[in-house]
Write a protein that binds this ligand. Sequence first.
Ligand code: PFF
Length: 438
Amino acid sequence: MAGSAIGLGNIWRFPYIVGEYGGAAFILIYILSTLIVSLPVFVAEVTVGRRSRKSAYGAMHSLRPGHKVWKFAGFLAVFTPLIINSYYSVIGGWSLDYFLRACTGQFVSVEPSAASGIFGGFISSVWGPIVCHLVFLGICALVVLFGVKSGIEKFSKITIPTLFFLIIAMIVYSVSLPGAMDGVRYLLKPDFSQITPRSFAFALGQSFYSLSLGMGAIITYGSYVSKKEDIVLSGAGTAVSDLLFAILAGFAVMPAVFAAGIAPGAGTGLIFQSIPYVFSSLGQEVPWLSTLFSVVFFLSILMAALTSCISLFEVGVSFLIDRSRWSRPKATLAVFLACGLLGVVCSLSFGPLAHIQISGKAIFDLLDWFSSNILLLLLAFLTVIFVGFALPRQDVYDEITNGGTRPVNVKLFGFIYFLIKWVAPVFIAIIFVTNFIL
Ligand code: PFF
């Protein structure tokens, strides 16, 4: 679960959302959202998965047949990952391109002041990002096709800890850059005047996204969780490691952003503009270290992106195999074509299609916003309502306390159940509405 949670959401998305929606004050709201809303949603999703022993599409419906709304929840659990997969693989393509640039030593030779400029030229071009996106998605398709999951799992057990240590090293170096301390202050000193109602919507959306909630992933993983496992403890462990990873990524990126003179609210490209600055600054001092560091760094990001994308890909493929009785190659090809095509449109929305905007958002931003702030919230809402109202209280008690055998969970049950049944739905509903009226 931590493997699914830690991905581009922490390294790429979190720093730029923090930059756009309120800095340190946003981080506080984010932490509170995670503890008060996301953690109960997490426990609810694992409860549904473990109780039903079904993947996300049929889980709720199998526990309470007869209600169309739980079928709709199953549909959301398949549809949302497909949308996210389409644009996630565009960012995966950018990581691939940056990895190749690192291999050819491009960041070492470029002047630090010019490093962030590479990005704008790249994403607004037509073919480069499209080819990278399709190659990235193609690699995921191959893995899903051949099912070399154990290989990928072993690989991610190496790359995630590597990425962790690299991020720490990156923090140490980037805070030493001239002007970097402004970035540290930006992350530590809350300025509540920067908070808008939208900050709350984005904090909750980001928290769900980062923990892989509201898209069926945790329901599916929950269906494999053994009856002996403590799901509250698993949830807390996943949430804390995910939070830690995101905040560390913020401290690696934001000082570099300020040192490079980039606006923190620069948007989706924030990490791709700021991190090369760090490598080219280091390249002026110790070129070989800069090359080594940049290659390993972008390889780790690439792997984190691949493992997450593969699990998103697998949701659609297993759905088509189960429901339509398609063969695995046919289902893989269908998901590849659908996500590939939508991803191409997303990629072009940074260049030739940039003029197509709906309420000020280009296609990429629109899909990102729609899936994270609307679809994820919708499924998360249905899940907590399901666990709070449709499942018998005793069933939920059995899942959360492992049949009354976990003394701490027995004591906490009333509180956790209250969070799931009342607090989480009310917060999600208010924040959901915020998206439309403010
Ligand atoms: N939680 C992942 C991230 O933060 O990058 C995104 C994700 C991956 C969500 C896989 C869902 C999923 F099944």
